[in-house]
Structures are given as C-alpha cells and as structure tokens.
Design a protein around this ligand. Structure first.
Ligand code: GLU
Length: 300
C-alpha cells in the first residue's frame, strides 16, 4: 500500500519545527488514505539510539501511529550496496579523490550552482585512478546525465532543482543520505514525502536518482520552517523548544498539538481554544482540509 512517511535523524531531540513536519506528514498521509511509515535515519556518526527512542516516544505522545515496523537505516547497508551495484552496471558511478578543499578551489562552469561538484574526477583514466588509490580511498559519485530535474511538490508546485555528480558513498564507507533516502522510500512504498523545505534543493537529485533506479516517482510536500523568537532557524541548540522542556512549556502533548494545528490556519476547527478537549490526532485527520489549510513560516 502506498504510504506517506516521517524520517527523523536521531542526532538531537525533535524540536517544534520537526514535530510540526511530523504532524503534517501524518495528517496528509491519513487524509489521502495512505499508510504511514516511520524511518530512523541513523546513518551518521552523530546519531544515538537513546535519542531515537525519545523521538519515537514524543511522536507517540502526539498521537502518531505508524504502520509496520520502524525502519532503521543502519540496518539497510545491503540494499544501498545493491543500488550502487545496479548503477555501476549502467556505467553511472565513478571514483572521486577530491577533498572538500579541492572542490571549493576547483574551477567551475558559470552555470553550475554553488556547491555543485565540478566534475574533477569524472574523466580520470584507469592509470590515474590506480595511482590515486595508492594514497587515498575514493568516494563514489553518480555520473549524472543532467544538470537539473523536475520536482513535483503539492505546496511549491513544479520546479526544476539542480543535479550534479553527487556522492553515493563517502570515502569513509558510509552511504550518502541522497542514496539512502531514495532506496528506503521505495522499499517502504512511500509516494508522499513530507519534510522541511531546506531539503527542496536536494529533491532534484533524489528524484533523478529514483528514475535511474527505475523507482516510482514521489510527490513532495516541503514545509516552511519554524523560526525562533529572534528569527533564527530552530536548531539542535534550541533545547527549550525540544523534548521535555517543549512539552512542559505547552502544558503537555495536547498543547503542542493545538499550537501546531493553529499554525496551519485551522484553529477554528478541531481543537479550537480548549486544550483539555483531548481530541486525538486521528480525530483531527477528519478535519484536515486540503482546501482550507495554509502553512507559512511560523515564528514561536
Ligand atoms: N532525516 C532528515 C532530517 O531529519 C529528513 C530527510 C527526509 O525527510 O528526506 O532532517
């Protein structure tokens, strides 16, 4: 069954912006009659199992019920390896020996977006590669055939987002986020991807990679950010707006849910002013109206 999903990285407790994204992901998926999946994106060294457990507990407190088991990216190495093998067989993978500094300092064509890989190692000969391998373990990059790809977003509309020869596997052996997310969304039958709009510029790379792997396209919902009182993006450092202090400051899960609901322009339906109403997230699904809700930057 097709699904929506929420996919947190367990490197810090979920802040209000993360929780709003999770709640919208849930409302959108359930409203559309989709299954809802949870995935813990614990590929990174900074991720901690105890943080993942706290994140899942906070999501449950808000009333999110996911279908099937939680997927952990740390257990998915074989699937990522297979995807790279598939791309390699098509001639779409190459070894890259560049350091971060090499990339910043490399000459680039004027049309290339900032931060795009300039293609330095794309055309190395076999002899050059062998010589470099003696002193450095390479990362693996996609040999991209395009420089942009159309992304379909229910909020933003259709846009063309940049694609470069992005990393599939880092030199330290870790699989890259852009690869993992595409392989895992397909494995979880995800067709609706809800997340923060800081990832919109990654969506072209991901949609393109999905097309190369023969995977079904997904529809995105990239949500605006939640900003702190000084206009700053909420970050892992805003501890007062995450975890227990956050729940306490809103008087518990119902208060957090109410604030999120109000931020969607839906205050007059559902929770209204009564936090005590004990309305559940599943009951709010009925009142989540694609025609009436609106979501903007939320300053808290
Ligand atoms: N794991 C990412 C994060 O927590 C989200 C990735 C995604 O939704 O595609 O920011």
């Amino acid at each position: 069954m097709s699904a929506g999903r929420y996919a947190p990285s367990p490197s810090a407790d979920l802040h209000l912006g993360n929780l709003r994204t999770a709640v919208v992901a849930y409302l959108a998926a359930r409203r559309d009659g989709l299954a809802f999946r949870l995935r813990v994106e614990d590929l990174d060294q900074r991720c901690r199992p105890e943080i993942a457990q706290r994140q899942l507990a906070d999501l449950r407190r808000l009333g999110l019920n996911w279908d099937g088991p939680v997927m952990y990216q740390s257990e998915r190495q074989d699937a990522y390896r297979q995807a790279i093998t598939h791309l390699r067989a098509e001639g779409l993978v190459y070894e890259c020996f560049c350091s971060r500094r090499d990339i910043i300092e490399a000459p680039r064509a004027p049309h290339q977006p900032p931060g795009a890989y300039p293609g330095t190692c794309r055309c190395l000969t076999r002899t050059q590669r062998e010589a470099r391998r003696a002193s450095k373990v390479p990362s693996l990059r996609l040999r991209s055939q395009v420089d942009g790809f159309a992304v379909v977003d229910r909020l933003v509309g259709v846009s063309r987002q940049p694609v470069d020869d992005f990393v599939l596997r880092r030199a330290d052996g870790a699989f890259a986020y852009n690869l993992a997310v595409v392989v895992d969304d397909a494995a979880q039958a995800v067709t609706q991807v809800t997340r923060g709009d800081d990832l919109l510029t990654s969506a072209g790379r991901q949609s393109y990679l999905g097309s190369l792997l023969g995977l079904p396209p997904v529809e995105y919902l990239h949500l605006p950010l939640v900003l702190g009182a000084h206009g700053q993006r909420l970050s892992k450092r805003d501890k007062a707006l995450a975890g227990k202090p956050l729940f306490d400051s809103y008087g518990g899960p119902a208060g957090v849910l109410q604030a999120i609901w109000q931020s969607l322009g839906l205050a007059e339906s559902g929770l209204g002013a009564q936090v005590e109403a004990e309305i559940t997230l599943d009951e709010l699904v009925e009142q989540f109206d694609w025609e009436r809700w609106s979501i903007g930057v939320w300053t808290v």
